[in-house]
Design a protein around this ligand. Structure first.
Ligand code: GLU
Ligand code: MG
Length: 419
């Protein structure tokens, strides 16, 4: 069959799904400039497909413009179509950033951090997911047996991640039934969130080629094990020096890191509405799941919302020292999740927010409660801009309403089918 190569340009908006449009590869030079057509209401497409509500109606025209720094071009060597896409920015027709562009939300947060401190953010996302190509075997957690059962999925995933430029770090059989984890190296600024999008899509692409799925939904059944997304972060100064660590600081945090973390702690309930944005995210964050239940900061404790990570023997302490945000999952767009984290941290720096003493309050117990916290957060209107915040709240309220009357099993099934 005759074939002509296609390229897609994609975004990852409020629903955390990767959407976009394709074009013939020969048109790439002009598409790099003018992008593809996009419309405001696309950001209101729910995780499940329907548009439940939209402030934009059928009006408006936007462009989705590829970013040359975020190209994925992976040939799986199986004769199938090459996975060739760009991640990009949503812009007005005059080329300025659209008010609800998720990448711009993150980019503006990073610019605010730089303006306040001169610092850049380095971050890495760890992803847990369920691979359906293996059966649930007893005692499989971390086992060599479970590792072996996935056959060549892991090797194909690592090859795809490397070809996509994401510098894979590790792959393992996780604790849950059929659960695996993949980690890629940290990256600066927006590139780290791009990597998170790419990791999810490469896992889905490899699994699909094997006739299976990689499911990133926060939890697949109410009594199961959650799929977390853990975001590790630290700072670099203008000379590239790490500035996260001070052995004399609280929990080993430098003064600027302590204020940043203080802001994240202060805003945790509201942040959950963005980083854990599904109803089942709050089934994942229940006791005894190695997922957070309270707004806590702790050294080397995987039950905390924010974990100060250990430095491995022989490592460069200042360089390795990082904090892990554990209240995220893959229902969230990585741009919105990382952006929200950065904006909350910037607020901590601006307001000189101290680290809380002792254990914090419980996290919101439901998406509805988290959305209430976000709505009550005065600063959030500045982070998002009023129109973006209102659209986000409307999007998530529509999602909540669509699940009304479904029990937890049914909700898990809905999300497992989409993520
Ligand atoms: N699966 C847990 C979560 O939902 C995390 C387990 C771990 O510490 O790796 O966050
Ligand atoms: Mg894990």
């Amino acid at each position: 069959m005759n074939r002509e190569p296609l390229i897609m340009v994609c975004t990852c908006e409020m629903a955390g799904r990767v959407r976009g449009k394709g074009f013939p590869a020969v048109d790439l030079p002009s598409r790099m400039r003018r992008g593809v057509g996009w419309v405001p209401t696309n950001t209101m497409i729910s995780a499940f497909g329907p548009i439940y509500a939209t402030p934009f109606g059928t009006g408006g025209d936007l462009i989705l413009v590829p970013d040359a720094a975020a190209e994925v071009n992976v040939d799986f060597g199986d004769g199938g179509a090459t996975e060739h896409f760009f991640l990009g920015d949503i812009r007005e027709l005059d080329g300025t950033a659209w008010a609800c562009c998720p990448r711009d939300f993150l980019r503006r947060g990073l610019a605010a951090l730089k303006a306040e401190t001169g610092l850049e953010l380095v971050s890495a996302f760890e992803h847990e997911f369920v691979y359906t190509g293996v059966e649930d075997a007893p005692g499989a957690a971390y086992s060599l047996d479970a590792y072996r059962r996935q056959g060549v999925f892991g090797e194909a995933l690592i090859a795809a991640l490397r070809a996509a430029g994401t510098e894979p770090d590790s792959f393992m059989a996780e604790y849950g039934a059929r659960q695996f984890e993949v980690v890629v190296d940290p990256a600066l600024g927006v590139a780290a969130a791009d990597r998170a999008v790419i990791v999810r899509e490469m896992a889905r692409a490899v699994a699909q080629r094997m006739g299976h799925r990689a499911i990133f939904s926060p939890i697949l059944e109410p009594t199961g094990t959650g799929n977390g997304v853990h975001i590790h972060f630290s700072f670099r100064d203008a000379e590239g020096r790490p500035v996260m660590h001070d052995p004399a600081g609280p929990q080993g945090l430098s003064a600027v890191a302590a204020k940043f973390v203080g802001g994240v702690m202060h805003h945790l309930p509201a942040l959950c509405a963005i980083t854990a944005p599904s109803t089942v995210s709050y089934i994942r964050m229940r006791p005894n799941r190695w997922a957070p239940t309270h707004a806590t900061l702790a050294s080397q404790d995987r039950g905390a919302s924010l974990r100060v990570c250990p430095v491995l023997p022989g490592g460069d302490v200042a360089k390795q020292f990082n904090v892990e945000y554990r209240c995220a999952d893959a229902a969230a767009s990585p741009y919105l999740a990382l952006g929200a984290l950065v904006w909350a941290g910037v607020d901590g720096i601006r307001q000189n927010r101290a680290l809380p003493a002792g254990d914090g309050p419980p996290l919101p117990a439901s998406l509805a409660a988290a959305l209430d916290a976000l709505e009550a957060t005065r600063e959030a209107a500045e982070w998002f801009g009023a129109a973006h915040l209102q659209a986000y709240l409307m999007h998530k309220t529509g999602e909540l309403t669509s699940l009304a009357g479904l029990d937890e099993h049914e909700q898990c099934d809905r999300y497992a089918a989409t993520y």
